[in-house]
Design a protein around this ligand. Structure first.
Ligand code: ADP
Length: 645
């Protein structure tokens, strides 16, 4: 209701009357006075801020004042209008009453009379407004109550979806039940399947102790009836019922809480003191709340189940001897089991949500996880615990990636023992083989041999040479594995050219084109020139060997971000995809190459070892035709040269 000064609108054409009323009669009173001089102005003023009282004079220039009154009252029936007539007329009272005006005044105007008329008009207006307010409240009251109920239901509904803690949701349900039904008490009872007892899971206005210890047999209680029938139960004040020895209620409603077609509990409200009963509407509200409770209980059950499963998975991962690291889609860590923490030197602190780079120190691991490392098939690291781990990274759609760390220390040890053995044996075989070759070559010189004998001698020589080549490779590998080579600053270009010149005659013989492509200036690297030449010779030699006549072999070299990148590509027979990771293994020869092709299967093993000794990496890409081997070597850093060694 508007407060402050009452607004009076004077609709008068005559200036003298306006002055009389405004300046003399109404001046200093608790009214705010506005003036309209035409019907038009009056309509506009009333259409704007509604006046509390209107004084309407005759003789308006643009229309009949009584028509104006009728028009205004049609739009605002509660607007009090006092007719101010300039002349006495017999018909005036009749006209005023017929139109529904509150009063009429004719000159001469007495101050008291006019003020009294204004007072009457205003109080009439106030009465109308009060009556209107009362009526509208009568009609909107139930609507507001329903809105309130819906809002409470919506609030409880939201808490069901937002809260995982079951007790809190159930308490909110009982609170809402009590508030909406204006009951004295509320409770939520759930059936304990094993014992068949009902326990109180949430309550309002019950003594704490009672709630905690409440437990009753379902089958001999009112709630039990609801459980069995699945139907709401009403008790009203005419039939007070004993719920339990100490418990007497005047009125009560119980509604079932159902999940998957089974009643699992009861939501109830009651009045012990008040004789006020409940209505059917209350049962509907309780049923809606009971549904929320059922959803919350189901959510909690599913959550508990998921937790159990999660717990099992966690146990499996914790006890797994392989290290497991799981990352999310944004490279943040999700999980790291104890074996992985040991291998990566990460303490027991919580790593969930942290970036892998902030937690893991090992560069090789980080490069593999970030996808920087091109060679992802076989990556080994020396763990923080001194053991050797083989890393495997697997991308998992919609989750991220899983890195497993498998301890291969014992395999490495066996490998080392085997290498030692092979080295010793190879070394010991060299002298007798040299002797055999020398004597076989002498046979032809010390006397005549027939054609067949000459052929046998040639075969023996070829076989001995093969064995010698194998032994030479084995010894190379052994030496390279020991990593005892002297390092110096090496310019790569002369080495590459040396290889190119060395293989040019062979390429020519096979009608292959052997090309060199150097992009920019090649910087120096830190390394052993003999070993680096061996790398290039192996790669170019293989490219020529496994490329049919007429093919092409390209050597490319360039520098990128502090690394020299060497690529040897050919248009040859290629390497089957499933075998590409194995060609660096000792003695491995791909199945698409005929068995009689000369070779020991050691060249790439030696090459890889040399590259790694130089702090570099090597990998292969190959399709059904054509193979590219890529070698990446770090550019020599003058200031860190010594430290790096
Ligand atoms: P090998 O003495 O057999 O050449 P390597 O260790 O050098 O031994 O190579 C291992 C195997 O890898 C070869 O037997 C061959 O199957 C495959 N290979 C190596 N380089 C190439 C290439 N450029 N094209 C096709 N296959 C290749």
């Amino acid at each position: 209701m508007p407060t402050g000064k009452k607004r009076i609108l004077l609709v008068l054409a005559d200036e003298d009357t306006v002055r009389l009323l405004d300046k003399h009669i109404l001046a200093g009173t608790a009214y705010s006075v506005a003036v309209a001089r035409t019907c038009e102005e009056a309509r506009r003023a009333v259409g704007g801020v509604r006046p509390d009282l209107l004084v309407l004079g005759d003789g308006l220039p643009d229309g009949d004042h009584l028509e104006l009154a009728a028009d205004l009252l049609e739009r605002q029936p509660t607007l009090p209008i006092i007719l101010f007539s300039s002349s006495q007329s017999k018909s005036l009272p009749r006209q005023a009453i017929r139109l529904g005006l509150v009063d009429w005044i004719t000159p001469p105007v007495g101050v008291d009379d006019f003020q009294a008329a204004v007072q009457r008009g205003l109080s009439r207006s106030q009465h109308w407004q009060d009556w209107l307010h009362q009526e509208s409240t009568r009609y909107t009251g139930p609507l507001l109550q329903q809105v309130d109920e819906l809002q409470t239901l919506a609030r409880v509904g939201r808490s069901v979806t937002a809260e995982l803690e079951l007790d809190r949701v159930l308490s909110a349900v009982v609170d809402a039940a009590v508030t909406l039904t204006q009951a004295e008490e509320g409770s939520l009872l759930l059936l304990d399947e094993e014992s068949g007892d009902l326990t109180m899971r949430a309550a309002r206005n019950f003594k704490d102790e009672f709630v905690r210890t409440f437990r009753m047999k379902a089958n001999d209680s009112l709630a039990g009836q609801v459980l069995e029938s699945g139907e709401p139960l009403f008790i009203d004040s005419e039939n007070p019922l004993k719920l339990d020895t100490e418990y007497l209620v005047q009125s009560l409603i119980y509604v079932p809480i159902s999940a998957h077609g089974k009643t699992i509990g009861v939501l109830g409200v009651d009045n012990r003191q008040s004789s006020r009963g409940f209505e059917a509407r209350h049962a509907m509200l309780l049923t809606a709340l009971a549904d929320y409770a059922a959803v919350a209980i189901e959510n909690a059950r599913l959550f508990a189940e998921t937790e159990v499963e999660r717990g099992k998975l966690e146990k499996i991962l914790t006890h797994n001897t392989d290290g497991v690291v799981v990352t999310g889609l944004n490279d943040s860590l999700v999980l790291m089991n104890p074996a992985a923490r040991k291998a990566l030197g990460v303490d027991e602190s919580d790593i969930a949500g942290r970036l892998a780079a902030d937690v893991i120190g090992d560069r090789t691991v980080l490069q593999l996880m970030s996808g920087e490392s091109q060679n992802t098939s076989q990556v080994d690291i020396q763990g923080a615990d001194g053991r050797v781990y083989d890393l495997q990274l697997t991308a998992i759609a919609d989750i991220g990636a899983v890195l497993t760390l498998h301890d291969i220390s014992s395999l490495k040890e066996i490998d080392r023992l085997k290498s030692d053995f092979v080295n010793t044996v190879s070394h010991d075989l060299r002298s007798p083989l040299t002797a055999i070759l020398g004597y076989v070559e002498l046979v032809g010189r010390v006397g005549p041999v027939n054609e067949q004998q000459a052929e046998f001698i040639q075969r023996a020589i070829a076989s001995v040479k093969n064995i010698t080549e194998l032994i030479t490779d084995l010894l190379h590998l052994g030496r390279v594995e020991l990593g005892l080579d002297e390092f110096e600053t090496v310019a790569l270009l002369p080495i590459i050219r040396g290889t190119l010149e060395g293989f040019q005659p062979l390429a020519h013989e096979k009608s292959q084109s052997l090309k060199l492509d150097i992009l920019g200036n090649l910087p120096v690297v830190e390394g052993n020139p003999v070993r680096l030449r061996q790398v290039l010779d192996n790669l170019v030699g293989n490219a020529i060997k496994y490329t049919p006549a007429g093919g092409t072999v390209d050597i490319r070299a360039e520098v990128q971000e502090g690394q020299v990148i060497l690529r040897v590509s050919d248009t040859g027979v290629g390497i089957p995809p499933e075998e590409q990771s194995r060609v660096f293994e000792r003695f491995y020869r791909a199945t698409n190459v005929p068995r009689e092709t000369p070779g020991t299967g050691l060249g790439l093993a030696i090459t890889k070892q040399i590259v790694e000794n130089h702090g570099g990496r090597i990998w292969v890409e190959s399709a059904s035709t054509g193979t590219t081997f890529t070698v990446v070597l770090p550019v020599a850093q003058p200031e860190t040269k010594k430290a790096a060694r």
